[in-house]
Design a protein around this ligand. Structure first.
Ligand SMILES: *[C@@H]1O[C@H](CO)[C@@H](O)[C@H](O)[C@H]1NC(C)=O
Ligand SMILES: *[C@@H]1O[C@H](CO)[C@@H](O)[C@H](O)[C@H]1NC(C)=O
Length: 981
C-alpha cells in the first residue's frame, strides 16, 4: 500500500501521483520484507553481532578493552564519576569515555557512558553536514518526567583493589560492584546478583575516527575502517553518516532468570524468545526502529511502529528490569544459557547516542513498575469516553455517512462513544480543512453527535501538504518550523498528500504554533467534542529509506534524525496533546485531551493511547493482539488496543464476532477498517452476529466503572490494566509464559478470548487453588491447572476469581456520557473463606477537578466472619473529597450481588424460603448516622458445581459515603470462616 522504493527523482510529475494512488488501492498481500533491513543489512548491527561472535568464541581469549582509570573515581551527591579508557589495537593513545553512575532515592540506578572527544566537539564531520558533533544526550528530556532526578545521598563507597562496592537504595539493600578491569558492573540485592553490565565483554563504544583512505592495491584495510561505517545505501537511499561509525553496545545478563518480557512493539509472544537461531528461536535480534510496517507478519522480532526499550526479567521471588535510554535505532539479541539454573543474556546495540542504561532491582513486579513509572511517568487519566467503544473506518466519507452510522448503531441498541474520521475528511489531505463537498456543515455534525454526549476524532498527521494556497504549509515555511534535509534545506518527501514537509516538534516554537492551529476559531468546524488521532508519525515517508526519513536529516538544534528517530512520534503526539488542552472551550474550562498515536517511545503513557497499527483480518492477527497488549502494560504504556476486525481485508462474520468478544478487553477498544474493505459496522452482519456483538459491547459498558478504576490504579502506581498470569501470580512458575488469557485490573476477572476459527471451547489456566466462578452461569472452577470452558459463538469466556468485588453499571444506554447518573451494582465474589475485597474510583471523567480532590476512591471489604460489607474511604484528602461527594450525591448503589453466598452465610433457612431475613444498612451521611433495611432475594445453587447467589436489592446506599451492610440475621449456625483474605 505504501510505496517505499520510489527514487526521489521520480517524485515530481503527475505520473507518480497516479502510481501512488494505484498502489494505495491495491494493497500488497503481506509486508514487504525487502523494504526493511535485517541485522546483516544494517552496518552497525552486523558489526556488533560480529564483535559478539568474536568475543564469545572460546579460542579468542577475549578480554574487554575497557578499564576504569582509578584515580578519576569520585562519588559526590549520589553520583559516581570516573573515566573509562578504551584500548584500541595499534594506538597508544587511549579513548576517554566519561562514566557517570547516578543513584536514585527509589533504588533505580543510571549508568551513562559518553565519549570525551565528541563531547568537546573535537571531531571533523564528513561532507557538508551541519550536524551536532556530540553524542545525543536529550532522550531523557522526552522520556523522563520533569523533576525525575531525586538522588540517593546515602550511597556508601568502598574500594578494595580494583573492585569498588557501592551500597545504596532503600534500607541500603542494594549493591553495585564495579570491576575496574575489565570494566563491568554487577548489581546485587539480598546477597544475590541480579543484573550484570558487560558480563560477557560485549560493550562497544565506537570512538570517533577519520575515515581511513582506501587501502592501496594488495594492502589490508585499516582496522579503523569499520564495515558499513561510512556511506551506506539501502533500497536506493544513501545515508551519508557525517560522524562516521558511532554505535554503542553493551551486554546485560540476568543470572538465574529464565524469562524476560517487554521491549514492545513486536508481534511476538509475551515471553521473549531467543534470537540466535535454533529450535523455536528467531534468527534476527528484536529491532526497535519506529516504522510503517503495514500488514506485519506475526511471530517475528521485526520492528513495528513504536519502541519502548524497557525489559523485565522475572523469576520466582524476583523481578528486575532495565531501560536502555536511547532514541536511535536499536537491536536486542536474547540468549538463554542453562547450567544448574537458566541465565538470560541480552545484547543491546544502538546506532548512535550515549550509552545510557537504567537498572531497576524490583524486587517484585509491582515495585518494578512503580519505580519505572516514577521515572518515565504513569498513564494519563483518560476522559471516560476514551475507554468506551470507538467506531472507526477509513473512511466515513460524508456527514450523511456519519449520521447514518450514528442512527443505525442507535437503532440496533449498540452503544458507542466516538466516531472517527480518517484522512478523507480533509480537503485533499490538507489537514485543518474539511472537504468542502462531503463535510459542508461540520459544526452541525459535531452538535448532532454531542446530543448523545458522543465525540468525533479526526486524524491529523505530521506531514504537511506542500502545495500553494494552504495556510498551514505557508506558515510552516515562513516560520521555519519544518524538519531539514542533510543540506539544512527544508526536507521534502512523499506521504498521503503527495509532496510534503514535516513539522519539527523538537522545536519549541513549532509546538507553540501547532497549539495555535487547534483553537476552535482557527480549525473551523471543530468543537469541544472533537479530539485527535496522530497517525504516520514514525514518521512514515513513502519514498524514504525503510518508509521513513533519511537518518541524515536535521532537527532543531541540528540533531540528526538518526539520533532522535524513535522519539519523534512522541514529540508530535505531545504537541497535539498540548494543543488540545490549550483549546479555549469556553467558560474558562479545561478538559482532558485524548490523542491516539501510532508511533511511541518510553514516556508516551503520559500523553494518550496507542494502537498496534495496520493489522489484518486474519485469525493469527487476532491471536497476536493480546500478547502485544500485555507487553505494552509491562512496559508502562497500558492504554493500548489493536484494530478490532483487522485493518486489512474482510473478516468472516465469525472472526469479526470473536474479535469484538476479544476487543472489549483491550484497554483501548476501537474497530477500524481499510478503505477497500467491506462495511462491517456491528449491525452489518445481521443476527446472530449483530446481537452477539451488541452483547459484547454492552458488557464493556457495564464494566466501565471497573475499567476506570483500573486506569486510576495505573495512573498512580503503574500496575498494568490488563495483567498476564505472572504479574498476578509472580511465584507460579508454570504460568510465567502464559499470554493467551488476562486478568482485568484488580477485579479478579480472568478472560480468555477465543482466537481460533471453529472453536467452541477454551482451556483456562488457573494458577492457584482459589475458587473461580463462571461470569455467566456461576459454575465453579477450582484447582490449579487447565480447565475446559465451553465457549460457543455467543459465549465470552470469563471467570471471576473468588475474593474480589467488581463495580458495574447495569443499565444500557447509548453512550458512556448518558450513563453518568446511573446507579452502580457491586458484585461480591466470595473466596473459599467467604471474604471479598475491591476498589472503586470515580470522578467527573472529563475535567482536571480530580487533581483538586474532586473524586471518590473507595475500598469495599466483605468480611465473611462478621458477614458485613463495609465501604472505606481511600481519599487522600477527605475535606477536598467532601465537596465532590455533594456533587456525586445522587450516585447510588442499586444492588449488591453476592456470588458464593454460602461460603459465608448459613442459607438453609433462606433456601427453604422460610426466612424473612433482611440486610441492615447503616450509612454515615453528612455526619448523620442513618439505618434502614433492604430485602434480599436468594437463588440456590443449581447443583454442587454451581454457586448460589444472594441479591440485596434497591439498597439506596450512596457510593461516596461510609456505610456498612450487616447480614448477620441471615445465617447463624455456620462455622466461623478463617480470617485471612
Ligand atoms: C510534553 O511536553 C511538555 C512540555 O514541553 C514536557 O514537559 C513533557 O515532558 C513532554 N512529555 C513527553 C512525554 O514528551
Ligand atoms: C474479619 O473481622 C474479624 C473481626 O474483626 C477480623 O479479626 C478479621 O481479620 C477480619 N477478616 C478480614 C479478612 O478482614
Amino acid at each position: 500500500m505504501r510505496v517505499s522504493a520510489l527514487s526521489p527523482s521520480n517524485s515530481a510529475g503527475g505520473l507518480t501521483i497516479l502510481l501512488l494512488l494505484l498502489d494505495f488501492i491495491a494493497p500488497a498481500a503481506t509486508v514487504k520484507h525487502e523494504n526493511f533491513k535485517t541485522c546483516s543489512q544494517s552496518g552497525f548491527c552486523r558489526r556488533n553481532r560480529a564483535f559478539a561472535d568474536h568475543a564469545l568464541a572460546p579460542e579468542s581469549n577475549w578480554v574487554s578493552p575497557y578499564e576504569i582509570k582509578e584515580n578519576t573515581l569520585l562519588l559526590q551527591n549520589g553520583i559516581l564519576t570516573a573515566e573509562i579508557l578504551k584500548t584500541v589495537p595499534g594506538r597508544t593513545e587511549k579513548v576517554v569515555l566519561p562514566l557517570n553512575i547516578n543513584f536514585q532515592k527509589n533504588g533505580a540506578v543510571r549508568v551513562t557512558i559518553d565519549e570525551l572527544k565528541r563531547t568537546k566537539g573535537d571531531i571533523v564531520l564528513r561532507g557538508e553536514s551541519k550536524a551536532r558533533k556530540e553524542r545525543y544526550n536529550e532522550a531523557e528530556r522526552w522520556a523522563l518526567v520533569p523533576g525525575w532526578d531525586v538522588r540517593d545521598d546515602k550511597v556508601v563507597y568502598d574500594n578494595q583493589k580494583g573492585q569498588i562496592t557501592l551500597t545504596f537504595g532503600p534500607e541500603l539493600k542494594y549493591k553495585a560492584i564495579i570491576t575496574v578491569y575489565p570494566f563491568n558492573v554487577k548489581f546485587e540485592r539480598d546477597g544475590e546478583t541480579h543484573v550484570v553490565l558487560n558480563d560477557r565483554g560485549l560493550m562497544n563504544v565506537e570512538h570517533w575516527r577519520a575515515q581511513p583512505p582506501e587501502p592501496e592495491e594488495g594492502k589490508e584495510k585499516s582496522p579503523e575502517d569499520l564495515d558499513g561505517g561510512w556511506d551506506e545505501t539501502f533500497g536506493g537511499n544513501t545515508d551519508t553518516k557525517p560522524r562516521g561509525p558511532e554505535a554503542v553496545a553493551m551486554d546485560i545478563s540476568f543470572p538465574g532468570y529464565e524469562y524476560v518480557f517487554g521491549i514492545p512493539s513486536h508481534a511476538t509472544s509475551l515471553s521473549l524468545k531467543t534470537t540466535r537461531g535454533g529450535e523455536g528461536a528467531y534468527e534476527e535480534p528484536y529491532r526497535l526502529f519506529n516504522a510503517d510496517v503495514f500488514e506485519y507478519i506475526v511471530d517475528s522480532p521485526m520492528t513495528l511502529y513504536g519502541s519502548i526499550p524497557f525489559m523485565q526479567a522475572h523469576r520466582k521471588g524476583s523481578s528486575v528490569g532495565v531501560l536502555w535510554l536511547n532514541a536511535a535505532e536499536t537491536w536486542v539479541d536474547v540468549v538463554k544459557e542453562k547450567k544448574t539454573k537458566t541465565d538470560t543474556k541480552t545484547h543491546w546495540v544502538s546506532e548512535a547516542g550515549q550509552l545510557d542504561v537504567w537498572v531497576f532491582l524490583g524486587p517484585n513486579p509491582s515495585t518494578l513498575y512503580k519505580t519505572y513509572g516514577e521515572l518515565t511517568g504513569f498513564t494519563k487519566m483518560p476522559p471516560t469516553f476514551a475507554i468506551a467503544y470507538h467506531q472507526c473506518r477509513w473512511n466515513y466519507v460524508s456527514e450523511d455517512d456519519v449520521r447514518d452510522v450514528d442512527r443505525k448503531l442507535d437503532k440496533h441498541n449498540i452503544p458507542y462513544d466516538v466516531i472517527w474520521l480518517d484522512i478523507e475528511y480533509s480537503d485533499n489531505k490538507r489537514y485543518f480543512l474539511f472537504d468542502k463537498l462531503a463535510f459542508k456543515h461540520p459544526e452541525s455534525m459535531m452538535k448532532n453527535i454531542e446530543k448523545t454526549e458522543r465525540k468525533v476524532v479526526l486524524i491529523n498527521d505530521p506531514h504537511i501538504k506542500n502545495t500553494n494556497d494552504y495556510h498551514v504549509v505557508e506558515e510552516l515555511k515562513s516560520k521555519d518550523l519544518a524538519v531539514k534535509d542533510k543540506s539544512s534545506e527544508i526536507y521534502e518527501g512523499w506521504c498521503w498528500p503527495g509532496s510534503s514537509h514535516w513539522i519539527d516538534t523538537f522545536n519549541p516554537a513549532a509546538i507553540e504554533w501547532w497549539k495555535s492551529l487547534f483553537q476552535l476559531d482557527k480549525f473551523k468546524g471543530t468543537a469541544k467534542n472533537t479530539f485527535f488521532w496522530n497517525d504516520m508519525n514514525e514518521p512514515s515517508v513513502f519514498n524514504g529509506p525503510e518508509t521513513t526519513m533519511p537518518k541524515d536529516n536535521l532537527h532543531f538544534g541540528n540533531w540528526e534524525h538518526r539520533d532522535v528517530h524513535n522519539v519523534y512520534g512522541m514529540t508530535f503526539m505531545n504537541a497535539t496533546h498540548q494543543a488540545l488542552e490549550a483549546r479555549d472551550i469556553g467558560k474558562g474550562k479545561t478538559q482532558r485531551s485524548f490523542v491516539l498515536t501510532r508511533a511511541f517511545f518510553a514516556g508516551a503513557q503520559r500523553i494518550g493511547a496507542m494502537w498496534t497499527g495496520d493489522n489484518e483480518a486474519k485469525w493469527e492477527h487476532l491471536q497476536a493482539a493480546l500478547p502485544m497488549l500485555l507487553s505494552q502494560g509491562i512496559a508502562g504504556f497500558p492504554f493500548s488496543g489493536a484494530d478490532v476486525g483487522g485493518f486489512f481485508g474482510n473478516p468472516s462474520n465469525e472472526l469479526l464476532t470473536r474479535w469484538y468478544q476479544s476487543g472489549i478487553w483491550y484497554p483501548f477498544f476501537r474497530a477500524h477498517a481499510h478503505i477497500d474493505s467491506k462495511r462491517r459496522e456491528p449491525y452489518v452482519a445481521g443476527d446472530p452476529y449483530t446481537g452477539i456483538i451488541r452483547d459484547a459491547i454492552r458488557l464493556r459498558y457495564t464494566l466501565l466503572p471497573a475499567w476506570y478504576t483500573a486506569f486510576h490504579r495505573a495512573s498512580k502506581d503503574g500496575m498494568p490494566i490488563i495483567r498476564p498470569n505472572f504479574v498476578v501470580h509472580p511465584d507460579d512458575e508454570e504460568g510465567f509464559a502464559i499470554d493467551d488469557q488476562t486478568y482485568i485490573g484488580d477485579t479478579g476477572l480472568l478472560v480468555k478470548p477465543v482466537v481460533a476459527e471453529g472453536v467452541d471451547k477454551v482451556d483456562f489456566y488457573l494458577a492457584d487453588d482459589e475458587v473461580y466462578y463462571d461470569y455467566w452461569t456461576h459454575k465453579i472452577y477450582q484447582g490449579k491447572g487447565r480447565k475446559d470452558y465451553s465457549a460457543p459463538l455467543d459465549t465470552i469466556p470469563i471467570l471471576m476469581r473468588g475474593g474480589h468485588i467488581i463495580p458495574r453499571r447495569d443499565r444500557h444506554r447509548r453512550s458512556s456520557g448518558l450513563m453518568k447518573h446511573d446507579p452502580f451494582t457491586l458484585v461480591l465474589v466470595l473466596n473459599k473463606r467467604g471474604h471479598a475485597m475491591g476498589f472503586f474510583y470515580h470522578d467527573d471523567g472529563e475535567s482536571f477537578d480530580y487533581k483538586q480532590g474532586a473524586y471518590i476512591n473507595r475500598q469495599f471489604m466483605y468480611n465473611g466472619s462478621l458477614k458485613t460489607l463495609t465501604s472505606r474511604d481511600l481519599h487522600k484528602d477527605r475535606a477536598a473529597g467532601a465537596a465532590y461527594k455533594k456533587v456525586a450525591k445522587a450516585l447510588q448503589v442499586e444492588k449488591i450481588v453476592i456470588v458464593g453466598a454460602s461460603n459465608s452465610l448459613d442459607i438453609t433457612a433462606l433456601a427453604k424460603g422460610k426466612s424473612k431475613a433482611k440486610a441492615l444498612l447503616v450509612e454515615e451521611d453528612d455526619g448523620k448516622i442513618k439505618e434502614w433495611e433492604a430485602s434480599l432475594s436468594y437463588t440456590a445453587a443449581a447443583d454442587k458445581d454451581h454457586a448460589d447467589i444472594l441479591v440485596i436489592k434497591n439498597t439506596k446506599l450512596k457510593i461516596g459515603n461510609d456505610w456498612t451492610v450487616y447480614l448477620e440475621q441471615v445465617g447463624g449456625e455456620k462455622d466461623t470462616p478463617k480470617d485471612e483474605l
